[in-house]
Ligand binder design. Structure first.
Ligand code: SF4
Ligand code: SF4
Length: 398
């Protein structure tokens, strides 16, 4: 009989430490092969949460909640006496941002209370990865500890994403690349579909042994930074990150094959992209779906391109989703975090105002990801507007 990927869904309504620990434990105990992963003595376990923001606390639902990270630390310390490390590189290029993200997310308390060790991926030893399989990113640098650890556990946050539609297990591994390297990824992969392929390159290299998703409160609307918190009430866990993303994206109302990272990872044989090949344990999927989960403005609609072959899908996906940014003056505090974070130098200041060179802008959302004031606005490119208009007239929305 064919072995199915397993994804465990456990209900958990709030960030109460006892409830969260129980939900994480229940989920992980159902994951296929968990006992083998925990066997053979003490392990060096690396936890990779999503620390996108260096300024917004847990209540904003941007970063993985510290209570979930704590529960995963506790689980591995109790179950296999693990030596636990927590590491990431945050979304901002400003010096010191990753350490600020660590503190603002209150992971400093988690490390103090548990003895887990913090590793700032911007400052730690890096290794050079060279890929030979026609990858979008033929070479990149990543945190060396990823390869030193016995187990890598990804702890993403369930969120929408303006560039990649959704962010979960596959997208979370980008954080193993230090800050400047992430900027280079955007320059090398300036279109949404190409960026999604680059993310899959990184995921392939990290291939976490386990993923535990913080879906207690997710983010809807203009994620990953400027959306709104939305209660989902779940912890989701599995060994196959592709399968986990299929299930999580379905929960927030997406067709999984419309998410380019899922589609490309499945094509590369990195996991199970078909829902009917996934064994779901715990809560029943239809009971936890949130059909009105708000989408980012760039993906307010799905088009019937989801069923087209990969190359055609990628081209139409790029046209229908390409955006350029502009700044809403009334919200802007002139902190200039966006200007410093733009990987292609498309932002500058004129008499104190931030202005965007639309010719240079690649629509990468790096400005939006660091703006804490919802002052960045994304608008479809002229070609994108034409595509969306024609698709609507032809009735190929779905
Ligand atoms: S748009 Fe946002 S990040 Fe940029 S200067 Fe204004 S407030 Fe700061
Ligand atoms: S202006 Fe914003 S969206 Fe455009 S390239 Fe710069 S960071 Fe990316």
């Amino acid at each position: 009989m064919e072995t199915k990927a397993t994804v465990a869904i456990t209900r958990c309504q709030e960030y109460d430490p006892k409830q969260v620990y129980q939900a994480v434990k229940t989920s992980l105990e159902q994951v296929d092969g968990i006992h083998k992963l925990l066997s053979n003595g003490k392990k060096k376990v690396l936890l990779k949460p999503n620390l996108l923001s260096s300024s917004l606390g847990p209540e904003h639902a941007v970063n993985t909640h510290p209570v979930v990270v704590r529960a995963v630390v506790d689980f591995f310390q109790k179950e296999c006496g693990a030596e636990v490390y927590i590491g990431d590189s945050c979304g901002s290029l400003r010096s010191g941002s990753t350490n600020k993200a660590f503190k603002v997310t209150r992971l400093d308390e988690v490390t103090r209370e548990t003895g887990a060790r913090w590793i700032n991926f911007d400052q730690d030893k890096h290794i050079e990865i060279k890929k030979t399989n026609g990858a979008t990113l033929p070479t990149f640098k990543m945190a060396g500890v990823v390869k030193d650890a016995d187990l890598v556990v990804s702890i993403p946050k369930l969120k929408t994403h303006g560039l990649t539609k959704y962010t979960g297990a596959l997208k979370n591994t980008l954080g193993v690349i230090p800050a400047k390297g992430k900027k280079d990824v955007h320059v090398q992969a300036p279109k949404p579909s190409v960026f999604a392929r680059a993310l899959v390159d990184v995921y392939e290299e990290v291939k976490p042994h386990l993923t535990v998703m913080d879906a207690i409160v997710g983010m809807e609307g203009n994620g990953p930074n400027a959306g709104e918190p939305r209660k989902v009430g779940l912890i989701i866990a599995g060994r196959d990150g592709v399968a986990l993303d299929v299930v999580a994206s379905k929960i927030i109302g997406y067709e999984p094959m419309s998410i380019p990272t899922i589609r490309y990872a499945q094509e590369r044989g990195l996991g199970t992209g078909e829902l009917n090949k996934i064994r779901i344990l715990g809560a029943a999927l239809p009971e936890v779906v949130i059909p009105d989960f708000k989408r980012p403005s760039s993906f307010a609609r799905d088009f019937a391109i989801n069923y087209l072959p990969g190359v055609v899908f990628g081209k139409l996906f790029d046209i229908s989703t390409s955006v350029t940014s502009s700044v809403c003056e009334s919200n802007c505090t002139r902190c200039y975090a966006c200007v410093k974070n733009c990987p292609v130098g498309a932002m500058s200041t004129v008499e104190g105002r931030v202005v965007v060179d639309k010719e240079k802008c690649i629509g990468c959302y790096c400005c939006d990801e660091v703006c804490d004031y919802k002052a960045i606005e994304m608008e479809h490119t002229p070609l994108g507007k034409v595509f969306v208009g024609i698709a609507k007239r032809l009735g190929v929305e779905r």
